[in-house]
Design a protein around this ligand. Structure first.
Ligand code: NAD
Length: 459
């Protein structure tokens, strides 16, 4: 498998793909390894995860370089991602033992009732490329602490990074037969679905997620899907600092080139402040430094995948045909690398797929609205349900809208944000199940309920 640098289109590495026979051998060894791993205490397993976190921290610069080379993520954002994702390790350090401890519910009289949380076994983690640290950690760290072994298949666009996870997990004391990173694309993914695993944890697109759910349904094992979104942001008329709101909204839309599951994908703005907001928004977007992702100054690098360029161009053309106005960007940047101009369109509406289908790139549609009621209808007009955001000075007014939306995450005066303290989950086409927080660890265990009755003593 060739690894291509999206900034230069040069081949930076060639890797041997995992064969079907190798996959079988790896799964046998993971099954064996899991038995001993599950017998260790949570504390012992946690110690390995903490050491892994320390090793990542020690090697952060090298790791950020690899992430930037293979995905085109600007270096500063690679550093931010690696350092930011460490909060999962800290959160597990604080909570894992508590979350995984047996719970006694009834401890009086002759009958005792308790729950013991047992690992699932060998789980598959099939992952995406856009935030490999965040989405990888969300799954494999929690699965490992809970006593599972993990077959990790990174995206074919983030394999070098995936291999680094393997290297440092092993160095941190996780046995080789407890974590294995396999190399390949969707074909290997398909073979993993056909193999015998105890759970499938997927991060990626809605189309692939649906295929996975259908393929493994007959196994009756846990399936968790963290999928895409078409996340709306509504700017209410009472926002006092319109310029700051525009800066924050633009960052939510264009950070990581818009390639975030929870990127702001469409913006609705009250007609009272629309023009002021758009002026500030476009000025901000035009100030972004575009270019070589290895420079710490760069904010917008290349797209990770070449095929996304055509997709984005089509969204622009279609929107323009339906009456949108282009205020910035709109096309591929000539020369080497998969660069696309940061693109802002106004006068958008829901006849445009730009406002309905995930763009996953540096492109945003803005629509003017005349009331909260209309904004709410438009925000709800989607098959996705990942996040929704409202910027307003009035918390009650913002929550009145957010409470009515069928989304896993609601933001007031912030966006494009994930925290280890609270669950991360999508609804409808954005997926099923939760990562992070207590729910995120419970996903990797199965409860066993004990009814323990002591018999009356003879005397
Ligand atoms: P993708 O669906 O193309 O690929 C994801 C993974 O699935 C890759 O490892 C790929 O090799 C594998 N795969 C492809 N076909 C397969 C098959 N038939 N069987 C098994 N595995 C298969 O998605 P992507 O381009 O890597 O990621 C981008 C998508 O992920 C976006 O939609 C984004 O919103 C979403 N995402 C969601 C979250 C979240 O937490 N909700 C986080 C990050 C990304």
């Amino acid at each position: 498998m060739q690894i291509i640098n999206p900034a230069t289109e040069e081949i930076i590495s060639e890797l041997q793909e995992t064969s079907k026979d190798e996959l079988r051998r790896i799964l046998d060894s993971l099954r064996e390894g899991q038995k001993a791993w599950s017998q260790k205490s949570t504390k012992e397993r946690l110690e390995c995860i903490i050491r892994f976190g320390e090793l990542i921290q020690l090697n952060v610069n090298e790791l950020a370089k690899i992430l930037t080379l293979e995905t085109g993520k600007p270096l500063q954002q690679s550093l931010n991602e690696i350092k930011g994702a460490q909060n999962r390790v800290q959160h597990l350090r604080k909570n894992a033992e508590k979350w995984l401890a047996p719970e006694t519910l009834v401890d009086s009289g002759s009958t005792h009732e308790k729950i013991v949380y047992e690992p699932l076994g060998v789980i598959a983690n099939i992952s995406a490329w856009n935030f490999p640290y965040n989405v990888g950690y969300n799954v494999f760290l929690y699965a490992l602490v809970a006593g599972n072994s993990v077959l990790y298949k990174p995206s074919e666009f983030a394999t070098l990074t995936g291999k680094q996870f393997e290297k440092y997990l092993w160095q941190a004391g996780i046995p080789e037969n407890v974590f294995q990173c396999v190399v390949g694309d969707g074909k290997l993914g398909q073979q993993i679905l056909e193999a015998d695993l105890n759970g499938y944890f997927f991060t990626g697109s809605h189309g692939t997620g649906l295929r996975i759910a259908k393929t493994v349904a007959h196994k009756l094992v846990p399936v968790q899907l963290e999928l895409g979104g078409k996340d709306p942001l509504y700017i209410m008329d009472d926002v006092s600092d319109v310029k700051q709101a525009a800066i924050n909204a633009a960052e939510g839309a264009f950070y990581n080139n818009g390639q975030s599951c929870c990127a702001v994908e469409r913006i609705y703005v009250s007609e009272k402040i629309h023009d002021e907001f758009v002026d500030a928004f476009v000025a901000e977007v035009k100030s972004y430094k575009i270019g070589n992702p290895t420079s710490l100054e760069t904010f917008v690098g290349p797209l990770t995948r070449k095929q996304q360029i055509k997709f984005l161009e089509n969204q622009v053309i279609y929107a323009l045909n339906k009456g949108a106005i282009l205020l910035s960007g709109g096309k591929e940047i000539e020369g080497k690398g998969y660069y696309f101009e940061p693109t802002v369109l106004t006068h958008c509406n829901h006849e445009m797929d730009l406002m309905k289908e995930e763009s996953f790139g540096p492109i945003i549609g803005i629509q003017k609205v005349s009331s909260d009621k209309i904004a709410l209808e438009l925000m709800a007009d989607t098959n996705y349900g990942l996040t929704a955001a409202v910027f307003s000075n009035d918390e009650e007014r913002a929550l009145h809208l957010l409470n009515q939306l069928n989304v896993g995450t609601a933001y007031w005066n912030c966006c494009d944000r994930v925290s280890p303290n609270i669950p991360w989950s999508g609804r409808n086409n954005s997926g099923v199940g939760s990562t992070l927080s207590t729910q995120g660890i419970r996903a990797f265990v199965q409860p066993k309920s004990y009814h323990l009755r002591s018999l009356p003593s003879e005397n």
